[in-house]
Design a protein around this ligand. Structure first.
Ligand code: IVH
Length: 690
């Protein structure tokens, strides 16, 4: 700090003060545009330059640092502990509801309370953010304090940490801010940041966070605010605490609009709706959009819109009568791992599966949850006997998220990967470069793979046989009625009828569906084969590229599938899977039997690449090339449309000669043929300059 001759700190000059104020103001405006409006107003490097200038001035004149300086957002030195904050207006909670009946009941009580039985009530409906409740205090427009909810009456002072949350304005917009404004809202972590944070934790060998809510909570309760700053939290406003020196708006919607005009973040997902029907329609709409939202929500919140009505309705115990949380079924629940078994997938992949004490989660009772692979079991350290968090989000298969350390029993047992397939007894192998262990039996041996393959074959995006469900396939395979997909088309209603739960009518329906499925497309057929690493989009790309099945079979069979690499989407690993599958005799037999019953329109094989530079030409390779094997050189020539022959003749277009070339080179010289070395070959193959 600059010091005057007598040792006392020197007061900053007016020009310095003005510059600090101007920089603070400008940087905060850009920051709002970037973090709240998602509409950056200056390039990043310009922002950084202004930021550095402000930092330098503040270092020189610490007494001139303003409370709303953006430099505070990067976090400061650790604090010993959080101070307690008493909320001037208590932070209450909401009554929960789960069903349309609960919503009806809420709306009826509201109408009764308002004595307005016949008129539909106007509500603001908004998201129920799954984060942490926070109260922000602004005095004369400047952010001065942030507190957690705590027990509702007293919370913790998290001001330093909250300053690092980029979309919270450090100074409110507008010329005449209220003397005191307490904004209530939720701090959360967006899903993308959560995934990135966990990836960083994993790489650093640290424990991962269970969900974005816990990650947000952990980030906010850091004594070192630099850690909070690195975690990129967000805030959304939904309510108000104390207000002095301004008039309260008349409605909740008006309040949120006012907040937005002050530069506070408010979600655009809010809506004004009428009556219970309007609330339920909003709930449905949000439920549909839920997976696409950038952050987790655990329901929606309904609030009577007119604040006068809210006051009239008042509170019961610690929750308002004017509001209700309509929650989605919980996506996470605690239960016990009774055992860890394995499941065999259609490609033979062995997936460890936790066998759970039944638990209601995500709207259904769950008894099995995937543990993905052995590495995942070790990383998450899940053991038999553990109490675990099980998650079922949307229609995604349930998974085990983490174990609860405090509840691990002394006799918890680790999972041991079996050495042989529990279904067919074949050895379980694990290739070095793969995370997944596999049954080596293949679908011909292993009925689990067979069933998985058949279920995939008939699935909606593949051959699409309506009404041929998993249980039916289990029975068909177990009774030896069906061995391969081709056998499905030899079934008749009489044979189906002997199966459990198969009445005459449904048997006929299945046969009709099988018949209908015969009209298909090449892409569906390729996808339905269940070739490892060939998903729907790769199957489509293959069908588009080759146009007909023979062209694909040809490409798969020659040069180890090299031509397959020309297809969009197809890299060496996928090419190898396709080539291995379509050169296997058993698979080829199945393909032949299926193409005899299925129908699709065949097209021309359209080359996406212009015919190669060697199209129609024959080349001969002789001697040892300096960097390439002869096979590699041959592959390159063939990929460029040429043929490689073993003997030199007048018809030979080019001879590629390496070291110690013998009689073939001599003959080429004799016939006056074009002779090139490896470099010459590569030069010919290089694309011509435009
Ligand atoms: S209003 C007096 N609105 O839910 C009413 N709360 O279950 C105060 N929450 O502690 C709350 N989104 O953390 C309200 N749009 C929203 C909300 C919301 C999430 C949380 C909040 C509160 C809890 C109550």
């Amino acid at each position: 700090m600059p010091v005057a001759v007598d040792g006392a700190p020197r007061a900053p000059e007016a020009a310095v003060l003005a510059r600090i104020a101007a920089l603070t103001d400008e940087l905060n405006r850009h920051s709002h545009a970037y973090h709240v409006l998602d509409a950056p107003t200056i390039p990043d490097d310009e922002y950084d330059r202004l930021f550095a200038e402000l930092q330098a001035l503040e270092a020189a004149w610490p007494q001139a640092v303003s409370n709303d300086s953006p430099t505070h957002r990067v976090g400061g030195a650790p604090i010993p502990e959080f101070k307690q904050v008493t909320h001037t207006v208590p932070m209450l909670s909401l009554n929960n509801g789960f069903s349309p009946e609960d919503v009806d009941h809420f709306d009826r009580r509201v109408r009764e309370g308002l004595g307005a039985d016949a008129v539909p009530v106007t509500y603001t409906a908004e998201l129920k953010y799954d984060g942490l409740a926070i109260s922000l205090r602004y005095e004369h427009g400047v952010f001065v304090q942030a507190a957690t909810r705590g027990d509702g009456a007293t919370g913790e002072d998290v001001t330093t940490n909250i300053r690092t949350v980029r979309n919270i304005p450090l100074r409110l917009h507008g010329a005449s801010p209220p003397a005191v404004l307490e904004v209530r809202g939720e701090v959360l972590m967006v899903k993308a940041e959560f995934a990135a944070l966990n990836a960083r934790q994993r790489q650093a060998g640290l424990r991962e966070f269970v969900n974005p809510r816990n990650a947000a909570a952990g980030s906010l309760r850091q004594l070192d605010s630099r850690i909070t700053a690195s975690r990129k939290l967000r805030f959304y406003s939904y309510g108000i605490g104390a207000l002095e020196g301004a008039t309260m708006p008349e409605s909740h919607a008006g309040l949120l609009d006012w907040f937005a005009s002050l530069g506070l973040p408010v979600s655009n997902e809010r809506a004004l709706v009428q009556g219970a029907a309007g609330l339920l329609a909003y709930f449905e709409r949000v439920a549909q959009r839920r997976a696409q939202l950038p952050y987790d929500i655990d329901g929606v919140v309904y609030k009577v819109d007119r604040l006068q009505d809210q006051r009239q309705l008042g509170f019961v115990a610690r929750a308002p009568r004017f509001a209700m949380a309509h929650k989605f079924p919980a996506e996470e629940a605690l239960t016990e791992v009774r055992d860890i078994g394995v499941q065999v997938g259609r490609t033979g992949a062995i997936t460890p599966v936790a066998r759970l004490a039944p638990v209601f989660v995500g709207g259904v009772t769950v008894e099995n949850a995937t543990l993905h692979n052995e590495g995942e079991v070790r990383r998450k350290d899940i053991r038999i006997g553990d109490t675990v968090i099980v998650r079922r989000a949307g229609d995604v298969i349930p998974e085990v998220v983490a174990y609860v350390a405090e509840r691990r029993p002394d006799d918890a047992r680790e999972f041991v990967m079996p050495t042989s397939c529990p279904v067919c007894g074949s050895a379980i192998v694990r290739l070095e470069d793969e995370a997944v262990a596999r049954c080596s039996g293949g679908w011909t041996h292993c009925s689990a793979q067979k069933k998985g393959g058949l279920m995939h074959f008939v699935s909606r995006r593949a051959i699409d046989v309506e009404g041929l469900g998993d249980q039916l396939i289990e029975q068909l395979v177990d009774r030896g009625l069906v061995d391969t997909a081709a056998d499905l088309y030899a079934l008749d209603a009489a044979r189906l009828q002997v199966l459990e739960r198969m009445a005459a009518k449904s048997a006929q329906n299945v046969i009709a569906a099988l018949d209908k499925s015969k009209d298909t497309t090449l892409a569906r057929f390729i996808y339905a084969l269940g070739i490892r690493n060939v998903g729907e989009s790769t199957a489509k790309a293959l069908a588009r590229h080759f146009g007909n099945l023979d062209a694909l079979l040809h490409a798969a069979a020659f040069e180890g599938g090299l031509q397959l690499l020309e297809v969009d989407d197809v890299g060496p690993i996928v090419a190898r899977s396709i080539s291995e599958f379509l050169t296997d005799a058993v698979n080829l037999d199945l393909v032949a039997r299926l193409r005899a019953v299925l129908r699709w329109t065949e097209g021309e094989h359209v080359m996406t690449r212009p015919a190669g530079v060697f199209a129609g030409k024959t080349l001969v390779i002789t001697g040892t090339l300096p960097t390439m094997s002869r096979e590699a050189a041959a592959a390159l020539i063939e990929a460029a449309g040429g043929k490689v022959s073993g003997s030199v003749s007048k018809k030979t277009a080019i001879v590629v000669a390496g070291a110690d070339a013998g009689s073939k080179l001599a003959k080429a010289q004799e016939l006056n043929l074009t002779i090139v070395d490896e470099a010459g070959l590569l030069a010919l193959l290089a694309p011509a300059p435009l």
